[in-house]
Design a protein around this ligand. Structure first.
Ligand code: AR6
Length: 169
């Protein structure tokens, strides 16, 4: 499993699956979630509505998979990151669960290449350095042969520099 970092818009990346930093409603929002739904189109929202109808909302740390609509990928995995300012939750474990559960879903769907955004690090205010450390450690310890490449797609310079540095260690 190769890990790499890119500074880019995740909706332009050609991998088997991109991961969305969604909210518990699964019905869209701002940030990367908004970008994915705008570019992917109504097919993604329709698929999310069906999941909502069968399983209800998606709790933090969990993940679900849908079509990618008009995006240049096969699927989108929607995961819900922890809100940093929520009290009484183990936010570090919840963030690690996002990465692990997305990778598990990827394995179940025969996915070889996957791209992650920096889950929880903007609207949900998770500290970027700690989030990068958790993301990289979790993916490294998952280390499954079936997945050939994991790309961390950073939208801002600060996250890019953090990942670039941590991935060299
Ligand atoms: N490509 C890659 N990364 C992006 C893009 C993009 N097109 N757009 C933003 N980012 P955020 P959260 C980065 O706020 O903190 C939504 O409303 C961004 O710079 O999208 O998990 C959901 O519906 C940051 O590093 O997600 C939830 O309500 C990272 O993606 C809530 O936001 C995550 O930022 C989730 O908040």
């Amino acid at each position: 499993m190769k890990l790499k970092v890119l500074k880019s818009d995740i909706t332009t990346i050609k991998v088997d699956v991109i991961v969305n930093a969604a909210n518990t409603s699964l019905l869209g929002g701002g940030g990367v979630d908004g970008a994915i739904h705008r570019k992917g189109g109504s097919e993604i929202l329709e698929a999310c509505r069906k999941i909502r109808a069968t399983q209800g909302k998606c709790n933090p740390g969990k993940a679900v998979i849908t079509t990618a609509g008009n995006l240049p990928t096969k699927y989108v995995i929607h995961t819900v990151g922890p809100v940093w300012n929520n009290r009484g939750e183990d936010k570090e474990s919840l963030l690690a669960n996002c990465y692990t559960n997305a990778l598990r879903l990827a394995i179940e769907n025969d996915i070889k290449t996957i791209a992650f955004p920096n889950i929880s690090t903007r609207i949900y205010k998770f500290p970027k350095k700690l989030a990068a450390k958790i993301a990289i450690e979790t993916v490294r310890s998952f280390n499954q042969e079936q997945i050939e490449e994991v790309i961390f797609v950073c939208f801002d310079e600060e996250n890019y520099n953090l990942y670039d540095k941590l991935l060299r260690i």
